[in-house]
Design a protein around this ligand. Structure first.
Ligand code: ADP
Length: 326
């Protein structure tokens, strides 16, 4: 039998739609299994500044449909120091919290991994990021919602691009991962996606100008992942203006609106399943794993694997986009 009695829950790093659904699932599953729950505000910072409240089932009522995170989120430099983590540990002890569920991205799970090994403290991670860049899980919480937001935005830009017969570069988020750009491009019928995963190998812009863009097309839309590797939408637009002055080029940077909004059904269900499984994992004495989903089955992914491995883009997706954009 597990010795765990009280679970602390926090959201950290970049927010993602569906984090609230995950908070709800962790809280309700824990209470269902006879555990106490404490909500920790503002990520790791709340552990250092002691912003912790008891969570009952009502604390998570009516939040499944809300974007953002009711626990707030923050970036906390102090947690990256041994002294900061010691303070965090002392706070956990004071509140008699004996396990943690951390919802966040790569950085948050890196922090969780370090803290867990330093203090031999049980932590379960949930992949909460719109970027979908955590290894070992097919999807991360927030990715589907962001993808749908991108699709809706590109649909709208297409209207004006077509009317003016313009070439649009639309910059989307994703940090060093091209999942949002590539699948966003497929979903919105864009002509191309420029993603960090292949930028180093070929001059994607030159390639797509040679192959894809024809002036006979009413409009062309290229999704660009925000990474420095791609040069961003502005940089690419400048290049086209200089090298191919015949094109009427415009740029749109979608920015933070990609993080907001009510989570899609897929994200709500994913967050509910992963949150529920986090409590199962703690009760099974699993330690220091991220809960993921693969082929629709719950999986446990050691932190070391989730954060250090490069998640590959399927070449088939790149090929599909190429074929369909002729
Ligand atoms: P995300 O989780 O979205 O990738 P960040 O990379 O900003 O976001 O990380 C969120 C927080 O996780 C940081 O502000 C810090 O508190 C913690 N963190 C990140 N990297 C480390 C690390 N190497 N050691 C300790 N804590 C870390």
């Amino acid at each position: 039998m597990s010795q765990i009695k009280t679970v602390g829950i926090l959201t950290s790093g970049g927010d993602a739609p569906g984090m609230n659904a995950a908070i709800r699932a962790v809280t309700r599953s824990a209470i269902y299994s006879g555990l106490k729950v404490k909500g920790i505000y503002r990520g790791y910072r709340g552990l250092i500044t002691d912003e912790i409240v008891d969570f009952k089932t009502q604390n998570v009522s009516n939040i499944i449909q809300m974007g953002g995170t009711i626990l707030k989120t923050a970036r906390c430099k102090e947690f990256e120091t041994p002294e900061g983590r010691q303070l965090a540990y002392d706070t956990l002890k004071q509140h008699e919290i004996d396990s943690l569920v951390v919802i966040g991205g790569d950085g948050s799970l890196t922090g969780a991994r370090i803290f867990a090994s330093e203090f031999n403290f049980p932590i379960i991670g949930l992949p909460g990021t719109i970027d979908n860049d955590l290894f070992g899980t097919d999807k991360t919480i927030g990715y589907d919602t962001a993808l749908n937001t991108i699709m809706e935005c590109v649909d709208k830009i297409r209207d004006t691009a077509t009317s003016h017969e313009r070439l649009f570069f639309i910059e989307v988020m994703g940090r060093d991962a091209g999942f949002l750009a590539l699948n966003g491009a497929i979903a919105s019928g864009a002509e191309a996606a420029i993603i960090p995963e292949i930028s180093t190998q070929v001059d994607q812009l030159a390639e797509l100008i040679q192959n894809g863009f024809r002036k006979s097309k009413n409009s062309s839309i290229v999704l660009v992942a925000e990474s420095p590797v791609t040069g961003g939408a502005m940089g690419l637009a400048e290049r086209v203006k200089n090298e191919y002055p015949g094109y009427d080029v415009r740029v749109s940077i979608l920015g933070h609106l990609q993080r907001g909004g009510s989570p899609t059904a897929a994200d709500r269900i994913l967050a509910s399943r992963l949150g529920s499984a986090a409590i199962d994992a703690l009760l099974e004495d699993q330690r220091n794993v991220m809960i993921g989903i693969r082929n629709d089955e719950i999986v446990y992914v050691p932190f070391s694997k989730a954060i250090k491995n490069d998640k590959q883009i399927k070449p088939e997706l790149i090929d599909t986009l190429r074929r369909l954009s002729i």
